[in-house]
Design a protein around this ligand. Structure first.
Ligand code: ADP
Ligand code: ZN
Ligand code: ZN
Length: 679
């Protein structure tokens, strides 16, 4: 049985129980564990089941009112648990809807019966081929590239990368591929990076497939909704499942297609608990179940791009924007060449950019200003004694939020009123340093007094429905200039935006994170894609970049809209540095009350790893932000040219770390991240 035991274990954490009735693998159960009763799933018997040495306990209850979790689902969980070094039980239970734990068999039976009844009544998903018209109402005729892509997908033996900029018709290809799957009587799974993007896509799919049952699966659903949607997928009633990374684990008895939209997006990687990559698992799942998998992006991850180069993935390009619209012209503003501002005055925007904004305003067009830093200013500063608004609990500055006059730590959440005077020396003159979206919004209001200025970031969209409301205002034309963080660069279809500007993107060029350039390029390309989505506007659409490094190769590639050149240069750098995708990485993290304890634990772990060949163990170092909420963090990177060697090493080594734990008092937790995105 796979039981919820959050522990690394060489045997996969399976436990044995007895049951009076024979139980099929995949049956949901509840079993006693110590003094508690925990949920579990009947797992496949181990190949060499030795006679148990101890007396076994009985299964407490059986939830057989729903179909078993099938062999494909169990294989996916088995693989994910082994690859990401978790116990099968922990992973299995963490990807099932939480609400499922609360139900007994009678209540589960009632729910299943109700769903089946409603499904049959509306004639949904009868698992027979759909015999309606081949192209449902509203479907445009595919262009030549799209048609070729669709045909290739139907015949593909490999994962397919659908490579095209925003507006090149990728979603239309997903819709047609889904249509093909539905017509074969199969289910389609569509993964998107963010919850915010689901309503838009959901509406588009719903409109295209009237009479078909579409469900969403993401963390924004209520527990009851999530259970209901999950059951509809599991019972085979839902034809289309649209969701964020957790949806990759949806049980789908008739699975016929998997789509991963914006496959390069970091949010496909789960960052806590079982740190899995939903994109990579989607590829694995599709391979095992022999269904097509479609990865879509304008800026593929370098991992995916390399597999294309190696011939392991098939690349299908959509080279043109629908309607022939050009990509916006990229204009680099060399900040180093601008005339000096008067002493003490901060340069907000380059004069030429300001003029361009004014022109948009005069023509009634919209502009979008991208600044990847929320709040008013990243830090407050006392000019008399040098005090800065550090967080007492984290190794980070607290951000000044002017609207509610707070200093807020974005790491631990600590929020306090801004002090009237410097807490160290009493000086009244404490001032903000640097600039966030709030301040940019305020400055723009002065520079463009007639403009209606909106702002979208994590702060402005905190409340329920706030994001939708603000997006609606942009769509309705109630906003002339929209200031925002990367949130606004993703997916939203702003029809009237003809100018996008990155206000201060340089910071990513010199980040210690080796993926920072890749992320910056993707963000800027995506932001550029927001401009000129209407073909007739495309010609005069512009993407502005304010930079101190106008000759940086990233900007040259951006200017030419040349992803391939960018990727080739990056891959060469990664190759010479021995970084992914040319090496496999795993990161072990330890959290403790003191940095010494965390480091000592990792040091000892490293000694155990020394004899294991083929894996380089790097020194123990603090992460970028070492202390969060009074917890000190340390980490240690492992690297191997071979994924398989690293896997074998981890499987052998990690179980020993649990034994180490007891010797390090004050160690709070440790965890491993296989294929970490941030190191
Ligand atoms: P992407 O997903 O690459 O951003 P979309 O599929 O959303 O691109 O297409 C952009 C716009 O063009 C959408 O409004 C879509 O309805 C439209 N479109 C896509 N394909 C076609 C086509 N073959 N003919 C006409 N319009 C199309
Ligand atoms: Zn001071
Ligand atoms: Zn803090």
């Amino acid at each position: 049985m796979a039981v919820e035991t959050p522990r690394h274990s060489a045997v996969g954490g399976l436990l044995d129980y007895t049951s009076e009735q024979p139980l099929a693998p995949g049956t949901l159960i509840r079993v006693p564990l110590g003094r508690r009763e925990v949920p579990g799933v009947v797992w496949d018997p181990a190949p060499s089941s030795a006679a148990p040495e101890t007396e076994l306990r009985d299964v407490a209850s059986v939830l057989d009112a729903m179909p078993v979790l099938d062999a494909d689902w169990r294989a996916l969980v088995d693989f994910a648990a082994a690859y990401y070094q978790r116990s099968v039980g922990e992973l299995a239970l963490s990807v099932l809807p939480p609400e499922l734990r609360k139900l007994d068999n009678t209540r589960l039976a009632r729910r299943v019966k109700r769903l089946l009844a409603s499904g049959l009544a509306t004639g949904l998903a009868t698992a027979v081929a759909f015999d309606g018209p081949a192209a449902p109402p509203g479907a445009p005729v595919l262009n030549a590239e799209q048609t070729a892509a669709l045909q290739a997908i139907a015949q593909a033996k490999q994962p397919v990368l659908l490579h095209g900029v925003t507006g090149s018709g990728k979603t239309e290809v997903y819709l047609h591929a889904a249509q093909d799957a539905l017509q074969r009587g199969q289910q389609a799974l569509v993964l998107v990076p963010e919850i915010n993007l689901t309503p838009q896509l959901e509406a588009r799919f719903a409109e295209r497939f009237p009479g078909r049952l579409l469900v969403s699966l993401h963390s924004g659903l209520t527990p009851a909704q999530r259970l209901r949607h999950w059951l509809l997928a599991h019972l085979g009633l839902a034809d289309l499942v649209l969701g964020t990374r957790l949806a990759v684990f949806a049980p789908l008895p008739r699975l016929g297609l998997i789509v991963v939209d914006e496959e390069h997006d970091p949010s496909f990687k789960q960052q806590e608990g079982a740190r899995y990559s939903a994109r990579d698992l989607a590829v694995w799942r599709a391979h095992r179940q022999r269904v097509p998998v479609l990865l879509g992006s304008a800026t593929p991850s370098l991992e995916t791009w390399q597999r294309v180069q190696q011939g392991r993935y098939q690349r299908l390009a959509l080279a043109q924007r629908i309607g022939g619209g050009a990509m916006p012209q990229v204009r680099l503003v060399d900040m180093g060449q601008l005339p000096q501002t008067p002493e003490g005055r901060e340069r907000v925007l380059a004069p030429a950019l300001l003029t361009a904004l004014q022109e948009r305003l005069d023509r009634g067009e919209q502009s979008l200003l991208l600044l990847n830093r929320r709040g008013y200013a990243p830090v407050l500063h006392c000019s008399a004694c040098g005090w800065k608004s550090g967080c007492p609990h984290c190794s980070a500055w607290r951000v000044f939020h002017k609207l509610d006059r707070t200093l807020r730590c974005h790491h631990c959440g600590l929020s306090e009123r801004v002090p009237r005077a410097c807490p160290d020396c009493g000086n009244l003159d404490i001032s903000p340093m640097g600039r966030g979206t709030e301040k940019l919004q305020e400055q723009l209001a002065t520079l463009l007094p007639q403009a209606r200025i909106g702002r979208i970031d994590a702060d402005s969209t905190r409340g329920v429905g706030m994001l939708e409301q603000q997006l609606q205002a942009v769509h309705a034309g109630d906003v002339d200039v929209l200031v925002g963080t990367q949130m606004v660069a993703k997916g939203h279809d702003f029809r009237r935006v003809t100018l996008v500007a990155a206000v201060n993107p340089d910071t990513a060029l010199f980040s210690s994170d080796f993926r920072a350039p890749e992320r910056l390029f993707a963000l800027l390309m995506q932001a550029a894609g927001r401009a000129g989505r209407d073909a007739e506007q495309a010609a005069r659409s512009e993407m502005w970049v304010q930079t101190w490094h106008p000759r940086h190769p990233i900007y040259a590639a951006l200017r030419a809209h040349d992803y391939a050149a960018f990727a080739a240069a990056q891959l060469e750098e990664r190759r010479s540095a021995g970084l992914p995708p040319f090496a496999a990485l795993a990161l072990v993290r330890a959290d403790a009350r003191t940095a010494e304890v965390a480091a000592a634990f990792l040091q000892e772990a490293a000694t155990l790893a020394r004899d294991l060949d083929g894996v380089t163990v790097y020194p123990v170092v603090p992460p970028h932000v070492a202390k969060v909420a009074d917890v000190e963090r340390m980490q240690m990177l492992l690297e191997s040219p071979s994924r398989t060697v690293l896997q074998a090493m981890l499987a052998h080594w990690l179980p020993q770390l649990d034994a180490l734990r007891g010797r390090h008092k004050g160690l709070l937790r440790w965890a491993v991240d296989v294929d970490p995105l941030v190191i």
